[in-house]
Ligand binder design. Sequence first.
Ligand code: FEO
Length: 183
Amino acid sequence: MDIQRVSNTIQEALNAQMTREAHAAQIYLSYAAWAADNGFDGVANFLFRHAGEERNHMMKILEYVLQRNGKVKVTAIPAPDADPKNLNDCFEKVLKSEIENTEEIYKLVSMSMAEKDWATWNFMQWFVKEQIEEETLALNLLAKMKIAGGENAKGDALYAIDRDLANAPDDARSAEDVTTADP
Ligand code: FEO
């Protein structure tokens, strides 16, 4: 009896999504390092924490594949893009990356629906909701940047944004605390 509870197609897509979440973590790590290097310690702290969240997303998918008696495939993670040109560019890149990730998640939702794999469909709803939050976060950062002058923001305005992010609540959790039942 085949006890694998996800199809090979869904399993492959979940494994690919796992790598994409790891890639997202690398992207946030690289932008965080860039921010720290440019004196934006508040932004760096925020992005470092977010890298941890992305890793948790990766772990959540890994755990789900195992739970469904599937095979986890850990592969190489693509390198992040070039460093941002400025803070506005950094937040634009964050938004772009989140939107691309949302689109991939929607594909998985569509696939699971087409296969009537309701377990995976249900599992993926957590990610659909999470992406709304993550896109909102990035959109809010860009909205603040726009008020501060966008690409031309400088001085006090940049300082204020950096200080705001330094004081942003830390809701990231460590990977070992994350389970599919309690993400
Ligand atoms: Fe795991 Fe930011 O998406």
